[in-house]
Design a protein around this ligand. Structure first.
Ligand code: ZN
Length: 120
């Protein structure tokens, strides 16, 4: 399953940025998922919950923010949001376009719970 390996990559990224001792304080993991990335958000959430269950990340939550598919036309310079990942410029019908966003998956922010207050 495609989303399972992506969820594993996300966990690896968390491990890279958050030291082992602090991983049980991870609350929210904010990700940006392009609407034409081929990733099914529900499936990714399910996979993430499945592989973090019974680990130090079990109380963390994956937050998925969709990123629109946007192209820039090389002929007329128009930037457009197109449906279904079309690379044709809606303004002039040219197909010489550059994809600006919408195919990526990015971990944007890892939010940790506040440090417990020292008892004095
Ligand atoms: Zn154009």
């Amino acid at each position: 399953m495609h989303e399972l390996s992506i969820a594993q990559n996300i966990v690896e990224i968390i491990h890279q940025y958050v030291p082992a001792a602090e991983r049980d304080r991870v609350r929210s993991v904010f990700t940006t998922v392009g609407e034409h990335s081929g990733i099914v958000a529900d499936s990714l959430t399910f996979s993430y919950q499945a592989i973090t269950a019974a680990t130090d990340l079990q109380r963390s939550m994956l937050v998925i923010e969709p990123q629109p598919f946007i192209i820039r036309c090389s002929a007329c310079g128009t930037e457009s949001r197109t449906e279904m990942g079309s690379i044709q410029c809606p303004a002039c019908r040219a197909v010489e376009t550059t994809v600006l966003s919408g195919t990526e998956l990015r971990v944007r922010e890892i939010e940790l719970e506040d440090e417990p207050q020292e008892q004095s």
